[in-house]
Design a protein around this ligand. Structure first.
Ligand SMILES: Cc1cc2nc3c(=O)[nH]c(=O)nc-3n(C[C@H](O)[C@H](O)[C@H](O)COP(=O)(O)OP(=O)(O)OC[C@H]3O[C@@H](n4cnc5c(N)ncnc54)[C@H](O)[C@@H]3O)c2cc1C
Length: 410
């Protein structure tokens, strides 16, 4: 039986970017995907310049579905809002997901990567404590020197390789692609908070004057809180009904998914195996953005896969060098910091009203700061000012957090 250099489970942004680069480095790469094609998975679409750089596409290319001049954060209940306009907004783009997914697949194919669809990985194969491949479908088996779990939030690779997942904050998301909308300003993207939304946000990203993506992401801050909220699809339908722009719109696609928002998991490498993307918690926690962070992690991992093949070393120590380099990067420390923040906010919400917290943020945050946070380049000065402005809320969150720790023993 042939042994691949790298077997990758999953063709989300993490798996595709890893495959593009391992194939480019000349590694014999096999990609297994449980769905029918790469475009059957949701990739995520709102991104900043960083993602375009990782993907090596130009802002004026076909891979970009739209570009925004301003972003508005608004309360669905009170109408309180913040506008980040052209003078402040860094570049924000809407990817054309299908084209981006096909681009990475085609680049990997042109460097001889092999893709197999309808191939569900069930477990890793272990020999003498090392992962040496995967079992998939009924009786499929393939051997690889490095197995990559890029199979999302409920990764089979992670689970069967024995990685520990602390109780994660998982954000559940739904998205409608809508056609036949009216009066849409294609230059403005919206984020909404509200009592029906819960701990999370509803988003409206225009693709054109008649097409939008309408989505919702929500973290269950507690079981009681989750059950007291309307189902997410109902919240989207209510939005459609109550807004003239979307009253006669047609739903052309529905996607859903789950994103980890508690930061990077404690360990995501071992002998012969590495995780990448959602499976490792490599997602910007507060906003639940994973495209850029997956692209980044995939590139770091592919570079190390090449080193491992050159050195013929797939030991725990050698694979762990990917994890060590990754954790030192700016994006990784950003994920860890926002992860802690998200954890604290969710604990706060268990004992307080999350919507009230969101309202406080909307009423006090200024557009410049919001933009810096969205773009991921808030300065130390800005963060210090934020801490001072939000001291009463931070103190409350702290108290809620401590109470939660006392109750849950975490
Ligand atoms: C509704 C929604 C909207 C989002 N919007 C944005 C956004 O605008 N911007 C942004 O940056 N991020 C966004 N995100 C987050 C982003 O989509 C994720 O963080 C990102 O897709 C994670 O990539 P991944 O490759 O790690 O995992 P996934 O994208 O989850 O991909 C995993 C892949 O593995 C496959 N798979 C799973 N199990 C197996 C198995 N056992 N065997 C074989 N294959 C398997 C799946 O079919 C899938 O193709 C959004 C998420 C959701 C849910």
């Amino acid at each position: 039986m042939m042994t691949y250099d790298v077997i990758i489970a999953g063709t989300g942004p993490a798996g595709l970017m890893t495959a593009e680069w391992t194939a480019k480095y000349g590694l014999k790469t096999l990609v297994l995907e449980k769905r029918e094609s790469v475009t059957h998975s949701l990739m995520g679409e709102l991104v900043t310049d960083k993602a375009l750089k990782f993907l090596r596409v130009r802002p004026d290319s076909d891979y970009i579905g739209n570009k925004y001049n301003s972003i508005v954060g608004e309360s669905l209940d009170t109408g309180a809002n913040i506008v980040v306009d052209r003078s402040l907004l860094g570049n924000s783009y809407l990817f054309d997901e299908d084209k981006c997914q096909e681009l990475m697949r085609d680049r990997a194919l042109s460097d001889d990567a092999e893709f197999r669809y309808r191939s569900r990985v069930n477990s890793v194969i272990k020999e003498k404590g090392s992962v040496v491949g995967v079992n998939f479908n009924q009786s499929g088996k393939e051997h690889g020197r490095l197995t990559v779990g890029a199979d999302g939030s409920f990764s089979r690779v992670s689970e069967t390789a024995g990685f520990k997942h602390p109780k994660w904050l998982l954000s559940y998301g739904y998205r409608f692609k809508l056609k036949n909308c009216k009066g849409i300003d294609p230059d403005v993207a919206y984020f909404f908070v509200g009592k029906d939304v819960g701990l999370g946000y509803l988003w409206l990203y225009p693709r054109s004057e008649t097409e939008i993506n309408l989505g919702i992401g929500r973290v269950p801050s507690s079981k009681a809180n989750w059950h007291s909220l309307p189902p997410m699809q109902d919240v989207l339908r209510k939005y459609m009904k109550t807004h003239p722009e979307t009253q006669n719109a047609k739903i052309s696609a529905v996607n859903g998914g789950v994103v980890p928002c508690a930061g990077i998991i404690p360990k995501f490498t071992d002998a012969g195996v590495a995780l990448c993307g959602n499976s490792a918690g490599q997602v910007s926690s507060i906003v639940g953005g994973g495209v850029t962070t997956c692209f980044h992690a995939g590139q770091v991992l592919a570079k190390h896969a090449k080193r491992m093949v050159d050195e013929e070393d797939f030991s725990e120590k050698s694979v762990g060098k990917y994890e060590r380099e990754y954790r030192k990067t700016k994006l990784a420390s950003n994920i860890m910091n926002t992860g802690k923040g998200m954890w604290a906010v969710s604990k706060y919400s268990m004992f307080n009203d999350p919507v009230a917290a969101a309202e406080i943020v909307l009423n006090q945050l200024d557009a410049k700061t919001l933009n810096e946070l969205i773009q991921g380049h808030a300065s130390v000065g800005t963060l210090m000012t934020l801490m001072t402005d939000f001291l009463p809320m931070v103190a409350k969150i702290g108290a809620g957090y401590l109470r939660a720790i006392a109750v849950s023993g975490l």
